[in-house]
Design a protein around this ligand. Structure first.
Ligand code: GLC
Length: 367
């Protein structure tokens, strides 16, 4: 996927604990020591690997306890919840998993704690992710994982990746009509951030852009209209109408249960579907870049998450120790092995687990 373009507004992209341990207990549930809370997403196997990592952090940091606050899967519902918490000036969660596109908004509102004085260092991170962590000359978050839009296909139904968007729509429609599979292509069509990402990818595939080089809005170009038309036409048989209410997990369930020939999704779905006990398609799927139309280029949206500190947190130093731990190279590789999400540190791409996971995909993400 080297050389693919990244779409639109998402364009890519030793702490001393001594004093902390002396702090008075503020535990919940009668725990002594300091209790930190972290909130985040839990698609696929995310929550399981995070619990494992948090337990290790606690073992390595006696006196610190971490509670995981799970939040809705859908990025914009999570965003709404964060706005409610942060606007109410509550001190928890201390550590927030934020989307790559939220940094400026949350920092401008005064809801994040700048990390520069805590020793934040963005050297060695994937450039697009590092850029997403900075705003107005300060560092507000540390990149955690990188997401990149992918086309999944059933290799028993479509042995080779489609060469163009027209070929993809044609093949999805034929397979659905043939009855070999219930649905052709499934994607995130609900009215939310995920649909924006899908549109960015299709629009780029037709040669469209959201902003031009001077920052003018050009989303309603001919290419943009052709992209939307292509998406609408999918609903005439290549995609089920239900995609208009689907987010990531509904599309994964459809594909994992063997209902769909193709799926647009993020890397997390790759690992989640590999287990034959849980997946009807284990060993029968592969990923490739979404193809383009002749006028455009294969385009992948850059997604992913950063870790930030609530400006009202009572434990910013301990919170930063947790962020350091979770964004270490090793923790990123562990997350990749367990969930399939790509590391945000360039050095982690040298690990064999990365190249073994998604074939050529990491090359696009690291750029
Ligand atoms: C994934 C991406 C995130 C994006 C969201 C949209 O979680 O990592 O960046 O906003 O999907 O649904």
């Amino acid at each position: 996927m080297r050389g693919d373009r990244i779409g639109g507004g998402r364009t890519i992209a030793a702490f001393a604990l001594g004093t902390a341990l002396g702090l008075a207990g503020c535990g919940s549930g009668g725990r002594s020591g300091t209790v930190l809370t972290i909130s985040g997403s839990a698609v696929g196997d995310e929550a399981a690997v995070l619990r494992t990592l948090l337990a290790r952090f606690e073992r390595e940091h006696p006196g610190l306890h971490v509670e995981l606050r799970e939040t809705p899967d859908a990025a914009d519902l999570r965003h709404q919840l964060y706005v409610q918490w942060l606007n109410a000036r509550v001190p928890r969660p201390d550590v927030l998993q934020i989307d790559v596109v939220w940094t400026a908004e949350l920092a401008a509102a005064g809801w994040l704690r700048p990390l520069d004085d805590l020793g934040a260092d963005l050297d060695g991170f994937v450039p697009g992710a590092a850029a997403a962590a900075r705003w107005r000359g300060r560092t507000w978050a540390i990149p955690w994982f990188v997401d990149v839009g992918l086309l999944y296909r059933r290799t028993d139904l479509a042995p080779d990746p489609p060469e163009s968007l027209a070929a993809l729509a044609g093949s999805a429609g034929r397979l659905a009509r043939s009855g070999r599979v219930a649905d052709g292509l499934v994607w995130q069509g609900a009215r939310y951030e995920g649909l924006v990402c899908v549109f960015l990818e299709i629009s780029g595939g037709f040669g469209g852009r959201i902003l031009d080089d001077d920052g003018r809005v050009v989303v309603d170009s001919d290419a943009g209209v052709r992209a939307l038309t292509w998406m609408r036409q999918l609903l005439r048989g290549a995609s089920p109408e239900a995609v208009l209410t689907w987010k990531e997990e509904q599309t994964r369930f459809a594909f994992q249960n063997g209902r769909a020939a193709f799926m647009r999704n993020w890397p997390y779905a790759y690992r989640a579907m590999a287990d034959p006990d849980r997946s009807a398609v284990a060993g029968r799927y592969a990923v490739s870049p979404l193809p383009a139309a002749p006028a455009g280029k294969p385009t992948a949206a850059l997604g992913g998450a950063l870790l930030a500190i609530n400006a009202r947190s009572r434990h910013p130093r301990e919170a930063f120790a947790l962020i350091r731990f979770l964004t270490s190279r090793d923790a990123m590789v562990e997350r990749l092995r367990a969930v399939g999400q790509l590391p945000a540190r360039v050095a982690a791409f040298d690990d064999p687990a990365v190249s073994g996971t998604l074939g050529a995909t990491p090359a696009a993400a690291r750029e």
